[in-house]
Design a protein. Sequence first.
Length: 230
Amino acid sequence: MTDERPEKPLPELRASDADRERVVERLRDAVAEGRIDMDEFEERLEVAYTSKTYAELEPLTRDLPAPGGAPMPVAAAAPAPADGSWPSRIGGSGAQGAGSAAVAVMSTFQRKGNWTVPARLDAVAFWGSGELDLREANFAEREVVINCVAIMGGIEITVPPGVEVDVRGFGFMGAFDQRDTPGAADPGAPRVVVTGLAFWGGVEVKVKPPKPPKSPKPLKGSRANLRKEL
């Protein structure tokens, strides 16, 4: 028998008016149930009506059970690396296609947030700088290679704890610097190989935990008008 249950919407997809209304309705129920107070309701309501994607809507009801006590996720958020969800982030596609090259010539480049690290990424900084943040990224393959060429410039790579990192680059009057240790690799975590050349420049690999979700934006407008919607 075919399983016809609908799949969870991807975080990067655009939310509709009906999606926003469903979240607002759940927030109204949460106020009536005493789960959130009026101040929280007003803050979340403002964010709900200004949200453009499922990823922006999801945090508003993440801590609220659905009617009947079951969790009510609006969308699948980027998984935390330590919870065993690495397989869901390997081999798929992210919200932003990064391509196979990142180049900064007397300028800068940046890859961060929900993007996909290709099997091989060539990063070049010539009299410039680049930032590659892998903490919320997906990975095209279990092992990815980041080939860095830093000439009188710098490239910074940030990975989350639990990722296996292998730095093989060569520095000529420059440096490949791995100051932090990722620690033991998580089961199923990707392997990141950093190679290339630094000439009068530098490539630095850092280990940082994922950023916490942003708090809802402060309310703009009249509270009295919002209370009337309850």
